[in-house]
Design a binder for this molecule. Structure first.
Ligand code: SOE
Length: 385
């Protein structure tokens, strides 16, 4: 479906903070590096404040602005609605966009609750029958090294999987004087580190091992309960109503055991998403802070010089890499979003359903819900339903 039969397709994006900026970069650049079947037009940027949205549109390359997302959705020059807002508006915007016949890309986590995610997944499935495509933006699936890890597990290079170990470590909230933000209010974000970055390691590990968690036991903690309101002349504090850290263990149907840690208080770790998979025949280790590298231990060739090998994932044969630079000329965080919109545009053109789907987003939401239920019930073992 393209808006004028000229091989282009109009995008309307709601939100222009961090995710809006990196999505804009992806929509702007994708057709310069990938053979996209549809060239995206950055038609409309949605934001609440007219002046700030106009300034963002000028900086990020959007043709027009709207201060009401309903007006953005109603426009004839918008075929794709890209949701880059806090989680409390994901459901309303996605349901309205699907009802209006648009394709939808929605940032993670899909929603702020299992119930909301369920409504979204149901609406997306119905819309798919009408040729509308939807995707939840778990961008780390499109890190080449993570795509290679999934391929190696699927090929049996690690054998039967025994352990899945994932930590997502940031430190931008370590200082108790860091002001309040929407990510710290339950009514806006749904949860704290758990939904913001825990969702990523849940999705990334399930993507790599090719199966889904059946149950969890969890701990969550809020270290700093009150934070200053930015710019408040009286120095007033506001309540933090989400978790600052979440630790949980889980089990996969194959019997593999899993451990997860998500925190924004790991002082010194900036965006360290660390994954390690241990199998009968080999192990893989990854750290997003060295996102072009994968460490591989081949148990089949264990000799006196055995050890983890550093594999640079920058060959043209590696997923997505061929579109960029020669071997060794590494890529970054923003490239994963370009990969994401390339795949989304390809699915929209081909009439195939993107992954991760809203149903995948719902399943991650169900894991998040089980973690919160367990943490609130003496860390009791809680099935993922
Ligand atoms: C903040 O923790 C954040 O911006 C997340 O919201 C993103 O999903 C992650 O990619 C980087 O860190």
């Amino acid at each position: 479906m393209s808006n004028a039969g000229d091989g282009t397709i109009g995008v309307g994006m709601v939100g222009h903070a961090f995710m809006g900026r990196v999505h804009s970069h992806a929509w702007r650049t994708v057709h310069h590096f990938f053979d996209v079947p549809l060239v995206p037009r950055l038609a409309v940027l949605g934001g609440r404040d007219l002046d700030r949205t106009k300034a963002a549109a000028a900086k990020l390359g959007w043709e027009a602005v709207e201060t009401d997302w309903r007006a953005l959705i109603a426009r004839d020059d918008v075929q794709i609605v890209d949701i880059c807002t806090p989680g409390d508006s994901h459901k309303d915007i996605a349901l309205a966009a699907l009802a209006a016949g648009k394709h939808v890309l929605c940032e993670k986590p899909l929603a702020n609750s299992v119930e909301e995610a369920g409504e979204m997944a149901e609406a997306a499935a119905a819309a798919a029958a009408n040729g509308q495509r939807s995707m939840v933006a778990f961008n780390y699936r499109r890190v080449p090294a993570i795509a290679v890890a999934r391929r190696m597990v699927a090929e049996g290079r690690l054998g039967k999987i025994r352990h899945v170990r994932a930590q997502y470590l940031q430190d931008w909230l370590s200082d108790g004087n860091t002001p309040m933000a929407w990510r710290l209010r339950k009514e806006e974000a749904g949860s704290g580190a758990l939904g913001d970055i825990g969702a990523h390691i849940i999705d990334a590990t399930q993507f790599i091992v090719g199966e889904q968690l059946t149950g969890v036991s969890a701990l969550t903690e809020t270290f700093v309960h009150k934070r200053p309101i930015a710019g408040d002349p009286d120095g007033r504090l506001d309540d933090v109503t989400v978790d600052d850290a979440a630790l949980f263990i889980g089990r996969f149907p194959s019997g593999a055991l899993a451990s997860y840690e998500a925190t924004r208080f790991a002082l010194g770790r900036k965006n360290s998403m660390r994954l390690e998979i241990n199998g009968e025949k080999g192990s893989l280790a990854f750290d997003f802070e060295s996102m072009n590298e994968l460490s591989y231990y081949d148990g089949e060739s264990a000799t006196e010089t055995a050890g983890f090998r550093r594999v640079l994932i920058t060959e043209a044969t590696h997923p997505y890499v061929g579109a960029w630079w020669p071997p060794g000329h590494i890529i970054g965080y923003e490239h994963t979003f370009t990969h994401e919109v390339f795949d989304f545009l390809t699915d929209v053109h081909n009439g195939t359903d993107p992954v991760p789907s809203f149903a995948d987003g719902l399943q991650v939401q169900q894991v998040l819900g089980a973690v919160e239920a367990s943490a609130g019930n003496d860390s009791r073992w809680t099935p993922v339903s």
